[in-house]
Design a protein around this ligand. Structure first.
Ligand code: GLU
Length: 284
């Protein structure tokens, strides 16, 4: 780990790719046969996949291991393609550009399907339906929902639907936009902001972390519908179709439910079973 940190980023990626390829080669020698369709980022046995690194329960990097609901799906999709995933961080504001530049073959990162984003990228899915909510300090009884945020300092993340919704519908809120949600959580815990707004899945993941247990709480009244999709390069229908097939199999085989049970139970989170699991749309 420390050795990799002292190397250049490119060398670190090369090292990771080499070791992953070495590990993955026992899985099957036929994997490289399907490499041509998964956009420029896919090559040989490994495939570059964008995820979040700082969202417990969804996409979390701890040392060299990755966990979470999105990570499990990302791995499953790669396996269905006969590849070994090589994870790359894709923070909210960088997702479209990362796909457009071909730096990753797909992104599984609490990525809501929206018409605006569809102008730049394509989506497979949805594979999960979440909703925007608020995270506050446990002793705060004043913030009961987005209408109670006037004069309060709210944190959200650049390039997210969460920040856009606040700016469009609650313009009197003092919104601070950070790069990542984990930075917002630190600011909430230290008292420099009053609330954090994003998807209930993400908020529950933080509320359930041992260092925040009993200190932070999710308000529990969602005020949006977030259809999570897997982002692919715009117009890459071949990858989109493979990902869609993988999502359908993930849900019908029971793996989706297993991943929900394993990853999404913390912080009092309850999956909205009236919307989940969703039916993935056809690739356009
Ligand atoms: N699902 C929302 C979005 O795609 C918020 C979470 C995130 O930023 O990843 O913008």
């Amino acid at each position: 780990m420390t050795i990799r940190r002292t190397t250049t980023a490119a060398a670190a990626i090369a090292l990771a790719a080499t070791s992953l390829a070495a590990c993955g080669s026992s899985g099957g020698s036929s994997g490289s046969g399907s490499s041509g369709t998964a956009s420029g980022a896919a090559g040989g046995e490994t495939i570059k996949v964008g995820i979040k690194f700082d969202q417990p329960g969804l996409g979390l990097k701890e040392g060299s291991s990755y966990s979470g609901f999105d990570v499990d799906l990302a791995k499953y999709i790669a396996k269905e393609m006969g590849k070994t995933p090589e994870f790359v961080e894709a923070v909210s504001a960088q997702r479209e550009a990362t796909l457009q530049a071909g730096k990753v073959a797909y992104i599984v990162g609490t990525y809501s399907i929206t018409d605006k984003r569809k102008e730049k990228v394509s989506f497979a899915g949805p594979y999960f339906v979440a909703g925007q909510d608020l995270l506050v300090r446990a002793d705060d009884t004043s913030i009961t929902g987005p209408d109670a945020l006037s004069g309060k300092k709210l944190c959200s993340v650049k390039g997210s639907t969460s920040a856009t919704k606040i700016k469009d519908q609650y313009p009197n809120v003092q919104l601070q936009e950070y790069d990542t949600y984990s930075k917002c959580v630190e600011a909430l815990s230290s008292g420099s902001i009053d609330a954090l707004s994003t998807d209930n899945t993400i908020l529950a993941g933080y509320a359930g972390q041992s260092q925040y247990q009993g200190k932070l709480k999710v308000v529990g009244k969602t005020f949006s519908t977030e259809n999570y999709g897997v982002g692919v390069k715009k117009g890459d229908t071949a990858t989109c179709q493979k990902v869609t097939d993988a999502i359908n199999k993930y849900i019908s085989s029971g793996e989706w439910q297993k991943a929900v049970d394993k990853n999404l139970g913390t912080g009092g989170f309850k999956v909205d079973t009236s919307k989940n699991p969703p039916k993935p749309a056809a690739c356009a």
